[in-house]
Ligand binder design. Structure first.
Ligand code: BGP
Length: 471
């Protein structure tokens, strides 16, 4: 619906930007940090490793000064589990604890609200070696112990907490569970076992947060991919409904309602993938609801039917980054109405509004955008600055749709763009940049890592200053 008047953003709306430890900090082997699955995974040698990243570990004061100059209200970042507990459990590494104390204090001095992700992909390698990581229930206690330590150490200053970033990606990407990426289809079952354990762990962490952090707010940070039925063929509509349940809602139903929704349960049972549920697990999830629902949104997908036939049997899945077609359910197809980024991510600002309205309707929890941004190849010109008009346009349109959703009653806490500075893309190295701030390095040449403000920096600064009035 097009509304007549778009209300202004409320006072106190958290205009923010995001990062993740392994993608920006660097110092991967410094000051006692232990290895994570992101440090040991095998990556394409044409893509840089994560050892130096954007060198935020050594330059965080300079970066926060830039955030302050921009007028940022919130900074969403993650804590590297293995800086705090190098082995994932056991001994605490004081230097790691000090680093995040300093970072948080610097943010608070700059009037920037810290939003902390407890676990953003970098699972401790040692826990994989000790007992197989998330596939074993001991992982629940180790995660909760780590989260409890964070609440006790930083909870006097950090009031916004995110349990697990994009758990749905961890489920479908074996390397994030410390497994090889071969036979991904076979590993789906393990992914759903890990999923269950992560949901139990997250519910326990929510309970601890509520006990320990005064006025603390906590919730999951999921990746929500808006989907559309490709045609008005009723079978495409059915494919869409099923895909939404098993690709988007399955996890949030567990996190926010403590339920395996019936479509997802049937999906798992038909494929012999239902994990064992221990006594008390579901009650625990039901009793410890999140206070907010954070989500990352980059693109949408169109789906159409994908019938079973002689070649395609129940359980046949094909993958791109994530599952892209499942026999008897759905397949992702190109959306002819949308343009895409260089990496084929279909740009869809209206999809953000649709996502927000669906999430609000289903869970009725305040929403927080933890990631939204435009990845591009960029080089600093000899004269002038990077004129990243595409990024500005992308963000403007997406933020406008946040406003539209709010105007229709959806409650939003804030919007965090991905990312504050250029950092290593999860899959495409340093050649895919997202930042408002350019970091002067290439894929393998570290150059001087100097920070430079792109045009979007000034645009976001103005947007924050006038509280999104012109959007
Ligand atoms: C999300 C992750 C981020 C970030 C972002 C962009 O899935 O939470 O860590 O990487 O996507 O993705 P990419 O870096 O692959 O472009």
């Amino acid at each position: 619906m097009q509304t007549r008047k778009i209300n202004d953003f409320p006072e106190g709306f958290l205009w923010g930007a995001s990062s993740a430890a392994f993608q920006c900090e660097g110092a991967a082997h410094e000051d006692g940090k232990g290895l994570s699955v992101m440090d040991v995974r095998k990556i394409d040698p044409s893509i840089c490793n994560f050892d130096v990243a954007s060198d935020h570990y050594h330059r965080y004061k300079e970066d926060i000064a830039l955030m302050k100059e921009m007028g940022l209200k919130a900074y969403r970042f993650s804590i590297a589990w293995t800086r705090i507990f190098p082995n994932g459990n056991g001994e605490v590494n004081q230097k790691g604890v000090d680093f995040y104390n300093d970072l948080i204090n610097e943010l608070i001095r700059a009037d920037i609200v810290p939003i902390v992700t407890i676990y953003h992909f970098e699972y401790p390698q040692s826990l994989i070696e000790q007992y197989g990581g998330w596939l074993d229930r001991r992982s629940i206690d180790d995660y909760v112990n780590y989260a409890e330590f964070l609440f006790k150490t930083y909870g006097d200053r950090v009031k916004y907490w995110l349990t697990i970033n994009e758990q749905d990606h961890v489920v479908h990407m074996p390397f994030r569970l410390g497994l090889s990426n071969d036979d991904r289809q076979e590993k789906e079952k393990l992914g759903y076992l890990a999923n269950h354990n992560m949901c139990v762990a997250a519910a326990k962490a929510i309970k601890k947060c509520h006990e320990i952090v005064k006025d603390g707010k906590i919730g999951p940070a999921t990746c929500f991919t808006m989907m559309y039925p490709t045609t008005n063929d009723p079978s495409d509509m059915l494919a869409w409904m099923d895909a939404m349940e098993i690709r988007n809602y399955y996890l949030l139903d567990l996190n926010c309602k403590g339920e395996y929704n019936p479509v997802f349960r049937r999906y798992l049972e038909d494929r012999n993938m239902m994990p064992e549920i221990h006594e008390g697990d579901m009650e625990l999830m039901k009793e410890n609801r999140p206070d907010l629902l954070a989500f990352n949104y980059y693109y949408s997908e169109s789906v159409s039917k994908f019938p079973l036939d002689d070649e395609h049997k129940i359980g046949d899945i094909e993958f791109k980054l994530l599952p892209s077609r499942e026999a008897g359910i759905y397949q992702v197809v190109k959306n002819e109405n949308l343009k895409a980024t260089l990496w084929g991510w279909e740009i869809d600002d209206i999809g953000l509004q649709c996502s927000a309205r669906l999430l609000w309707e289903r869970y009725h929890l305040p929403l927080l955008i933890t990631e939204n941004g435009f990845g591009n190849k960029e080089e600093w010109p000899e004269d002038g600055i990077i004129e990243d008009e595409d990024r500005i346009d992308y963000l403007k349109r997406h933020i406008h749709n946040v406003k539209e959703a709010m105007n229709l009653g959806v409650e939003f806490i804030g919007f965090c763009a991905w990312s504050f500075m250029d950092l290593i893309s999860g899959h495409s190295g340093f050649s895919k940049r997202y930042g408002f701030v350019y970091v002067n390095r290439d894929e393998h040449d570290l150059k001087d890592l100097a920070r430079r403000k792109k045009r979007s920096f000034y645009w976001y600064k103005e947007t924050i200053a006038n509280n999104g009035k012109d959007i």
